[in-house]
Structure formats: structure tokens, C-alpha cells
Design a protein around this ligand. Structure first.
Ligand SMILES: [Ca+2]
Ligand SMILES: [Ca+2]
Length: 284
């Protein structure tokens, strides 16, 4: 009997140990299962939710930089608007001469692609294109192609026969507005028949035709000073039918000079049209 009791006791002990082991195993399984059902999923979800987001957010941040700049412009425009009788400047654009993605263009100072057209400049009522029909001179008196007067004749098409070609290297065209004027905006079209970048696009104004008195640089994208006029802070851009819009903060001058230094297709300089928007000084 004693032996039987011992066996029973041993059996009971074994069962207890087995039951404990089974309980432990169950507990371990349960915790593993719960770990599998809960932990990895959130981790995966978190990884999916968190990890890809930073790149997207970063991309959005990068992409949203131009709008941020546009917002700044809007704020400025609104500030100016609240100052007086400003109206949007209507500028007639020529037809686009090319479509699609531009070929690979080399520039270490190129602006990011623009996603929408320029917003109209806000200018005082009565603002006109002061350059239209005014005398044009240039660093190269004898253009390779065309006549200098074509720079301000109102033709912006850009097809054959509607642009002026000046020699290689840094060259300029200059417009005499005829009297001191207050300038609010400038537009310039180089050759926009294909995607190309003109180098060292610099615009200066002065009180005299030799650019000695009261010379001011309105715009410059010569970031490496290769034209020797000083380092410019603006970006290079790809020519399109939109030309380039340049905001000018009520600068007074009579002469406006447009520089360039060849382009990504050749060393020559082309001008289709230059427009200077403003009013004769003192005429409010
Ligand atoms: Ca023209
Ligand atoms: Ca340069």
C-alpha cells in the first residue's frame, strides 16, 4: 500500500510539475501570441507610418519652398495693395514655341522647376511699357542677326526674323526711356524657341547712357561673377514664352541695360523683347 501511495504521490507531483510546465508553456505561448498580434503590428505600422513619412514630409518641404516664396510675394503684394491703388499688370505673352521636358541643361545655379505661371505684378494704375519704341543701343553696334530696334518693337514671337543676335561673350542692350521714370517691373525675353539658359542675366539702371551716375543693379544671376559686374543672388532659369518677370521696387532711372553672356546652346546673345513697366517720374 505504501508503495502504491508513493506512486500516487509521485504521480501527483509529476502531474503538478507537468501542469505547471503546461501553464508556463501556455503563458509563454499566450505572451508570444499577444506579442505577435500586438507588438509587431504597431511596430510595422509605426515603421510604415513613421518611416516613409519623413521622406514624404521632406519632399513636401522641399516642394513647398517655392510656394513659400510665393506666399512671401503675396504678403508683399498685399502690403503694397493696402498702400494704394495698385492693379495687376497685364502682360501679353507670345505663344510657346516648344513643349515637353527640356533636354539636360547644365547649370549649378538653376532655379527649381516652376509649377505655375508668374503671378501678375501689382503696379500703380496708369503703368505702361515705357520701353516700347524707345531708342536701343548695344555693346555690339552691328548685330549678327536683326536690328537693335527689334528689342523694343512689341514683337515677342521669337520666330526667325523677330530676334536680335549679338556677338559672343558678355554683351548688353540698352534702352533710353527718354526721361527719368519710376520703374515697377521689367520683362525680358531672350530666345525661347528651344529650352536654353542664358548666362549672367544682369539688369542695371542709371541716370546717364554711359552708366556712371546712379547705377543700380536690379537683377543678377551671375552667381560666379563671370561677367565681372558683381556676384548676383538670383537663379538661372530656362527660357520660355513667359520670358522673365522682374519686380522692381519703384526705382527711378532713365536708362536700362540688359546684360547676358551666351547661353547653353551657343556663345551668342539673343533678345526678342525687353519691357520696362512704370511711369515718368513725378507723374503720380
Ligand atoms: Ca521684339
Ligand atoms: Ca556666371
Amino acid at each position: 500500500m505504501e508503495a502504491g501511495k508513493k506512486d500516487q504521490a509521485r504521480g501527483a507531483a509529476q502531474w503538478t510539475i507537468l501542469a505547471a510546465l503546461a501553464a508556463l508553456a501556455l503563458a509563454a505561448y499566450a505572451s508570444a501570441a499577444s506579442a505577435q498580434t500586438t507588438q509587431p503590428k504597431p511596430a510595422a505600422a509605426a515603421a510604415q507610418a513613421a518611416q516613409p513619412k519623413p521622406p514624404v514630409a521632406a519632399a513636401q518641404t522641399t516642394e513647398s519652398k517655392p510656394p513659400a516664396a510665393a506666399e512671401e510675394e503675396t504678403t508683399e503684394t498685399q502690403t503694397e495693395s493696402s498702400r494704394g491703388d495698385l492693379v495687376p499688370l497685364e502682360v501679353k505673352l507670345p505663344k510657346p514655341l516648344f513643349v515637353g521636358t527640356p533636354k539636360c541643361l547644365k547649370s549649378d545655379n538653376l532655379e527649381p522647376p516652376r509649377k505655375r505661371p508668374f503671378k501678375p505684378l501689382m503696379v500703380p494704375k496708369g503703368t505702361v511699357n515705357l520701353a516700347r519704341g524707345k531708342p536701343v543701343t548695344a555693346s555690339d553696334d552691328d548685330p549678327v542677326i536683326g536690328e537693335l530696334e527689334q528689342v523694343a518693337d512689341g514683337d515677342k514671337k521669337g520666330s526667325d526674323g523677330s530676334y536680335v543676335e549679338l556677338g559672343p561673350g558678355t554683351q548688353w542692350v540698352q534702352i533710353d526711356l527718354g526721361q527719368e521714370c519710376e520703374i515697377y517691373g521689367i520683362y525680358v525675353w531672350h530666345f525661347h524657341g528651344e529650352a536654353r539658359i542664358y548666362r549672367d542675366v544682369v539688369i542695371r539702371v542709371a541716370d546717364d547712357p554711359d552708366f556712371i551716375m546712379n547705377v543700380k543693379t536690379i537683377h543678377s544671376n551671375d552667381h560666379d561673377n563671370s561677367s565681372g559686374l558683381g556676384v548676383g543672388r538670383q537663379k538661372e532659369y530656362i527660357e520660355t514664352n513667359e520670358g522673365r518677370q522682374i519686380r522692381v521696387r519703384r526705382v527711378k532711372a532713365r536708362y536700362v541695360r540688359f546684360y547676358s553672356n551666351g547661353n547653353t546652346s551657343n556663345d551668342y546673345n539673343h533678345y526678342i523683347e525687353c519691357e520696362v513697366y512704370g511711369k515718368p517720374a513725378g507723374k503720380e
